[in-house]
Design a protein around this ligand. Structure first.
Ligand SMILES: Cc1cc2nc3c(=O)[nH]c(=O)nc-3n(C[C@H](O)[C@H](O)[C@H](O)COP(=O)(O)O)c2cc1C
Length: 210
């Protein structure tokens, strides 16, 4: 198979794009609106985009509450879901009316952040506390799109100490879940972790501090 995206002549019942750029990390975004009402929803067009400074971004299809709230108050948190939280994470994607808490709807408890006002998901193994930097409307070869890239700088990091061993974060022990295409997700654990070192001078993790 080798197809033109414009012609969409893949002959498949569903567009395979999101099953190829996969598995994708899920940013579980919490933000407050001007009235202090909380919103929490998952975004898998999400990733880290810089580590100096720490920056993350997610892409919103139009003006959803996460983007609207962040643009109102300038802060958000990004919790990381895992195998145990998979159903709750999914529940928070329900299209609730603005101002109705998806955390309450999904039976999740908030935990206070240290450096921003929006809370994080208490049960999540890790979370990033972020200040909004900018929203970039995404343009395509044809012009405007429906998508907006929301970029934030990480000012605080929460890690459940259970997952810090001998000075290293044990990501695999967190059992993070990731998004595939269609209705597919991936959960990873220690069996999927392997190590590789980069060619000398190529920027191995232990060649620099931070
Ligand atoms: C795992 C997962 C990933 C998602 N990723 C995105 C995404 O990257 N962009 C997006 O616009 N919607 C995404 N959605 C859908 C939103 O979560 C959904 O529209 C939600 O209702 C938005 O909530 P909000 O309006 O409270 O922000 C995703 C849903 C799930 C379950």
């Amino acid at each position: 198979m080798h197809y033109s995206v414009a012609a969409a002549d893949h002959g498949l019942p569903h567009d395979p794009f999101k099953s190829l750029v996969a598995p994708r990390p899920i940013g579980w975004i919490t933000a407050l609106d001007r009235e202090g009402r909380v919103n929490c929803s998952p975004y898998s067009f999400f990733n880290a985009i810089s580590d100096r400074p720490h920056m993350v971004a997610f892409s919103s299809d139009g003006l959803k509450d996460a983007r609207a709230f962040i643009e109102e108050t300038g802060e958000f948190t990004c919790s990381f879901s895992n195998w145990d939280l998979r159903d709750a994470m999914n529940a928070t994607s329900a299209p609730l009316p603005r101002g109705e808490s998806e955390l309450a709807f999904a039976g999740l408890e908030p935990a206070p952040s240290r450096f921003v006002k929006p809370p994080r998901v208490k049960a999540a193994p890790a979370a990033l506390e972020c200040k909004w930097l900018q929203t970039v409307p995404l343009t395509s070869l044809e012009g405007k799109t429906r998508y907006f890239l929301v970029i934030g700088e990480v000012v605080g990091v929460y890690i459940d100490d259970t997952f810090v061993k001998d000075g290293f974060v044990d990501t695999a022990a967190m059992r993070p879940i990731m998004r595939g295409g269609y209705d597919q997700y991936f959960a990873v654990g220690p069996e999927q972790m392997f190590r590789m070192t980069r060619p000398a001078g190529g920027g191995n993790f232990n060649e620099r501090k931070g």
